[in-house]
Design a protein around this ligand. Sequence first.
Ligand code: URA
Length: 434
Amino acid sequence: MRAVDIIAKKRDGLELSPEEIHWFIQSYVKDEIPDYQTAALLMAIYLRGMNTQETIALTMAMAHSGETLSFKEILPFTVDKHSTGGVGDKTTLALTPAVSALGLPVAKMSGRALGHTGGTLDKLESIPGFRADLTPEQFRRQAREVGLVVASQTAQLAPADGKLYALRDATATVGSLPLIASSIMSKKLAGGADAILLDVKVGHGSFMKTLDEAVALAELMVDIGRSQGRRMAAVLTDMHQPLGRAVGNALELREALETLHGAGPEDFRTLVITLAGHMLTLAGITATVDEGKEKTAQVLWDGSALNKFRQFIIAQGGDPAYVDEPDRLPKAQYIETVPAPRDGYIAELNAMEVGLTSAVLGAGRAKKGDPVDHAVGIVLHAKIGDKVHAGDPLFAIHASRPEHIPMARERMLAAYKWSEVPATPPPLIYRSIT
Ligand code: URA
């Protein structure tokens, strides 16, 4: 086969065969096809699209480009959860200990902050001593003994995705349905879970800006997973505004801990309970999502989810004193609460802007490998639908450098849009695909 023929075929809108797709991906991973030809194929896919069969073939070629995990001998059934990425999305931190406390083991690979979105591992690393780089043996032992492990993805898992993603980032080909679906699902399938729950975000703070686009992505990923015999479900959830009130690493961990201590913001708690209900049902632990939700509310309330989180933190080297006393978590040196400039109702709160502001304060990364500042971020005092009076606290900026505060204040004030008349908040959950 020749790379140029495959590129030409896709450029002309024709269907690629599974053999062509596998050959291309394997050759690219072995450095036998250069970046410029792969970039051309990515652009052809971006412009011409791929049908479901081609997307499944691309996903499987990527999933098999490195090692694949299996928990078959150590755990009867595992469920993984994936969020397509959002602002203030600390769901994994409260969801995984809750389902684990209900007898569903979670062995999860997570990512780090990039762009406007935060990363679960950066949030967990706000706890001194916490280690995310486990060996495969440590990962498996902890899954078996604690029933909860969250570690960094090894470079050996779906290496084609890492290489292709870097190229997509540099060639304006990230926002393509088959490329996003195959990127996410190749890692999830290589991760070895028997069932996968997808939290597909909708809104300007996420990849998918409209409900139709998000439904198309969710359905495609569900089809890919089912084609490989995995149990799949997807929930479409809002990302027009940030989830919860805290955005930033330690701030978000603190909010997740509040939820594990039985409190926390209503929207975050509802999302955690809903997603947990789906995970428990996928695993067959509960007969219905509603039953799973009830059981989850119980373990958040009675301390068993918090207890599981504590065991997990200890197992990965973290200091449990920070779990019991979240006040010890890193705090920003400068905290400025910004008052509302006027009376009115909050009509919009641009999640993307809030995420970018938090990233510029130091919570995120400009490029892979940059350090993050665990202490900084934004706390929202008002969200969409709230009635606010001039002078009421609108949001707080947590900064490590005072010179960042005017920039953050200006960006955040612009992220809020006001209305004279009552505004309806967007729904938290749009629909689910089960
Ligand atoms: N997340 C991924 O892992 N890949 C994409 O392409 C987009 C979001």
